[in-house]
Ligand binder design. Sequence first.
Ligand code: SF4
Length: 443
Amino acid sequence: MKVQLKKGLTIGDGGHIVVQTMCNTHTSDVDATVAQCRELAAAGAELVRITVPSLKDVPCIAEIHDRLEKEGVNVPLVADIHFSADTAIEVAKVVEKVRINPGNFHPDHAQAKARFAELIAVCREHRTAIRIGLNHGSLGKYITDLYGNTPLAMAKAAMEWLRLCIDNDFYNVVVSLKSSNTLTMVEAYRILYGMMQEAGVIFPLHVGVTEAGNGDSGRIKSCVGISSLLSQGIGDTVRVSLTEDPVMELPVAKYLSERYGDGLPSSIVSCEVRDRVAYALYDSPSRERLLMDMSCDFGRMLLDREIDDVKISGTYAGADGQPVDISAGGFGDYLEDELLQAARRRFYKPEYIACPGCGRTMYNLQDAFEKVKARTSHLQGMVIAVMGCIVNGPGEMADADWGYVGEGNGKVSIYKKNVPVLRHIPEDEAVDRLLELIGEDAR
Ligand code: SF4
């Protein structure tokens, strides 16, 4: 199937992989959001998502949409909706696409299905596309009671909503099944793809590793998960979620789009596999390109247990253009550790889950994440989440041992395995409280 957006963008044409990202400005700050959309479109975003937390934000996104059009910025907008069917239905009259998790439209499953059918009717009338976006950790109780919080549950839930679209003869639909866990995410998409093949209707897939964190780890984790699917022909549009300025996501997303759409070659020179260890030689044009090539060359093989380890050597071009030896200063060892951790084969440090932030973010998420990382780096193997808002954060940090969640008004909540254990902690004390709790728990 192809999805045709009102502004002429096609998703699922079997060739080009569409690059998208999301604003992290407050939607009510129309000037800032217009400026960020303009910047993101200029940097290569083909689709920009904007959160719409409630009905009162619908006029704001309508104004953003109008102003961008008047400026000649033709990027389609996706409204990101959680919980409020009324908001989804209203905003569908304005934007090119609405992203929803229909499972959280209503606590009663039958009511959620009825509201979803209403949304389909409005989208049909206004030629608006829908993304059914289910994340590991935010599945409805109805589905987790049946299948647990598993990749199968994610795929079953998506398939149920897709069947409702088929029954309503509505095919302007993209679907995503994200998780911060690369194994979970890859398995969920593969199961869903098989189910869609069986059903005889393959809806376009939006692929991403959610809450991937930042820096090298976020890039490597994203490339491992996304490339594992794209290399098998699964995926039509990508978002690389980084806890950074969203413009920083675009070079990575564009690389993935080019590599698996246009056939951009890896900078690998040679590779030999002996005793399930891949020995790879690179001559890479940059440090970032090396990270991405390596993650795509070996991520799927590690996830699928075709190999157990990777040894990397060769050179990359430094900032001055001169070749840098990959093994210098232990950089090669560091890359191998990062790659093995992203593929969940060996944990050499804590596993961080951090959302990218959006218009719902309640504090300085990027600073908070850096502070938490700096103080917890010794906790090898522990899963620590840093999330931007109290509405979605707790639900989405599915695998975390500990969660650090912005409440707003300078306050933070701390969660242990999805249960709040401390609330309303002033931000400047919150990392200390988190470490005390982790210490007490260990004793
Ligand atoms: S968890 Fe983060 S990305 Fe998700 S809605 Fe909240 S602030 Fe936005």
